[in-house]
Design a protein around this ligand. Structure first.
Ligand code: NAP
Ligand code: MN
Length: 270
């Protein structure tokens, strides 16, 4: 996965003053160690360093089209679940990077193939792809797992989450935490209605990564569906069906501490 080591590193920062300060400090230190920091994003770089919070990480991954250049994040944001390095540990990070003291971790994604009456589109997500109604309406969705009808869902919507996204919106909505190496998708209901009128599963379902989840809006609702990918809204008219899969395409992230995941969980959620 790792690109050829050419000493070129992209440093990508959000506009927050703390990130800008950290970015300048980092650039100076990297240059003093012989790295080349291009002023414009270089698609042949050996590493992308992203400075900010999780939102900055997600936006960077989307902006550079899920590049296979590995990422590492420096956390100047609020939570920073993706962002392993703290600004005060930049020196240690640079030394470990030069010594190759890390593993490259593959991050599994989610893909939605959206078909309307006239065409099909592809969307990729790092955390999740959410299906909701527009204007806060209840959505009515038919859900199939590998062509088997599972339920007629009624409620606010459904989250289809990746393992790394399981600690984000999925987690706040009662979904389970899934270890990042498990090739799965998690289907999590948002305020599911379970009454005499409607029956929807109240809990989330975790499915293996080689399965296709299909969601079809009821014909009356085909123009009232909102698709939200990592926090960004999309709207298409006349949606007939959406197929969710785990794509071949992945991104990668450097990992400097094998206990980081469990430490993160404890320190950021408890
Ligand atoms: P945001 O409103 O800042 O995100 C909400 C919070 O989720 C932030 O604290 C963010 O961390 C954190 N976060 C993002 N990805 C995470 C992950 N994989 N594990 C644990 N926490 C994570 O918006 P944003 O920064 O652009 O992030 C977009 C994400 O927000 C979406 O992908 C969705 O998962 C999440 N979201 C959550 C809710 C909810 O929990 N009710 C509702 C809508 C969206 P930082 O503070 O470091 O940015
Ligand atoms: Mn954020």
């Amino acid at each position: 996965m790792t690109n050829k080591k050419n000493k070129i590193i992209n440093v990508i920062s959000n506009y927050n003053p703390e990130s800008q300060k950290t970015s300048q400090l980092l650039i100076d230190k990297l240059k003093s160690k012989g790295f080349i920091i291009p002023t414009k994003y270089d698609k042949n770089a050996e590493l992308n360093i992203c400075i900010g919070g999780d939102g900055a990480f997600l936006r960077t991954v989307h902006r550079y089209q899920f590049t296979n250049i590995p990422f590492i994040g420096i956390n100047t944001g609020h939570l920073g679940f993706f962002q392993e390095i703290l600004p005060e540990n930049i020196n240690i990070f640079i030394d470990k990077y030069i010594n190759g003291d890390y593993v490259v971790e593959e991050i599994l994604l989610v893909k939605a193939d959206i078909c309307t009456k006239t065409s099909c589109f592809e969307l990729f997500g790092v955390n999740e792809i959410v299906i909701k109604g527009i204007q806060s309406k209840v959505v009515h969705l038919e859900v199939f797992i590998d062509d088997n009808h599972l339920e007629r869902f009624c409620g606010d919507g459904i989250i289809v989450s990746t393992p790394v996204g399981s600690t984000a919106y999925n987690f706040s909505s009662g979904g389970s935490i899934v270890y990042p190496s498990l090739k799965t998708l998690q289907l999590t209901p948002l305020s599911p209605i379970s009454s005499k009128a409607y029956r929807s599963l109240p809990n989330s379902t975790i499915v293996p990564g080689d399965i296709i989840i299909t969601i079809k809006p009821e014909y009356r609702y085909e123009n009232s569906i909102l698709i939200i990918v990592d926090g960004i809204e999309y709207r298409y008219d006349n949606i007939t069906e959406i197929n969710f899969t785990v794509p071949e395409k992945t991104i990668s992230k450097l990992n400097f501490d094998k206990n980081m995941y469990w430490n993160n969980l404890k320190s950021k959620f408890l």
